[in-house]
Every structure is written in structure tokens, then in C-alpha cells.
Design a protein around this ligand. Sequence first.
Ligand code: FMN
Length: 198
Amino acid sequence: MTVQPSVLLIAGSPSEQSRSSGLLDWVSQRLTQHGQTVDRLHIRELPAAALLLADWKHPALVRAIEQVARATVIVVATPVYKAAYSGVLKVFLDLLPQTALKGKTLLPLATGGSPHHMLALDYALRPVLQSLSARHILPGVYATDSQVPQSSGGAYEPGADISTRLDEAVSTLMTETFRLPATTGFEPVAFSRVRCSV
Ligand SMILES: Cc1cc2nc3c(=O)[nH]c(=O)nc-3n(C[C@H](O)[C@H](O)[C@H](O)COP(=O)(O)O)c2cc1C
């Protein structure tokens, strides 16, 4: 029996026209093509004062936190700001309960102006996701601005290199995560039943 995971895409940029959200759009399309349904959360659309003042009882924040709770897979995208992830993403993550990501698989994505801060995903975002008890954090995908050009229609779309890497990440999600059995572990085996080969 396979689990039907619930996927949440979190957009962590304060910008409406956003390169990091362009990466999310690509992942969303691919997951949809694989038959997955995806939910979205744009942090910039949450009430700013409630976010900044950590008013976690605000109905919009309650709904957003519930979206996180429902998801089994979360793809989170952020711009690099001052060598780390965005402040709006941070204020949202700060609102989550300490074990909010327990049992969940995370795929982090980021865009930055230069390649110099590509490790921000690993040294800044990953420890925070880990501290929220994420079960599995997949290798992140980082793109520079030049790798996510604007199309003639105005949307940001990943170029060939990045779309290939995003496809690989989605493929990993499909094979490693979406086909997990309903139980997330093995039944304990009594020591008396363990057979040694020597
Ligand atoms: C306030 C601010 C700080 C930034 N800091 C960095 C940085 O430290 N390193 C970097 O590579 N790019 C930096 N950038 C560039 C953005 O990360 C980059 O343009 C990113 O693609 C924007 O993503 P978005 O369109 O999803 O917001 C910064 C941009 C802004 C507005």
C-alpha cells in the first residue's frame, strides 16, 4: 500500500514577481504531471503585522500553520538575502511549533544574485528545518539570477541547467518519498530472532 502524500509549496520571497517562486512553479508543474496535487502558501500574502508580532492566533496564520501540518512533503523556496534566507520566511518559521516538520520530507530551493552564497541553503536554512524535526531534507537546488531569466511574458523560468536539476529533485521525491510504504519504519525484531552469519 502506498501513501498519497500531501505536497505544500512555500514561497518565501517578499516579491510578487519572484525568481525563487519561478523555481516553485516549475516543481509544481512537474509534480502535477506526475499526478500529485499541490497546495501553495505565499508568505508575502499573510498579514504582515500578525507575522512580525508573532500573532499566531490570527486566523490567516492559523490556516497557514495548518497547511504545514497537513503536508507530508514541503518544497520551500527563498531568495538569498544578506547571505541567508529571507526574513519573511524566518518570521513564518519562527511561528511554527518546535516539531512542526516531524515526519516530513523537505526540498529547499533558493535563488541568489551570485553563486557565492549558494551554501546559504546548507548553512542557514537546513539547520532551521532540522531544528523543526524534519525527517528528511533532500539536497537543495540553488540558482543564480542569470539561470532564471524572465520570459517574454514576464514570468521567471529556470534555464536548461536548473530545470534539469529541478527535474532530478522531483524525480528523487517521486522515487524516494512518494512510494514509501504506509509505515515509516520497521517492526522491532526481538534479539532472540536475530541470526548471525558467523
Ligand atoms: C535585500 C536583498 C538582499 C540580497 N542579498 C543577497 C546576497 O546576500 N547574496 C546574493 O547572492 N544575492 C542577494 N540578493 C539578490 C537576490 O537573492 C536575488 O535577486 C534573488 O533571485 C531574488 O529572488 P526573488 O525574486 O524570489 O525575491 C539580495 C537581494 C535583496 C533585495
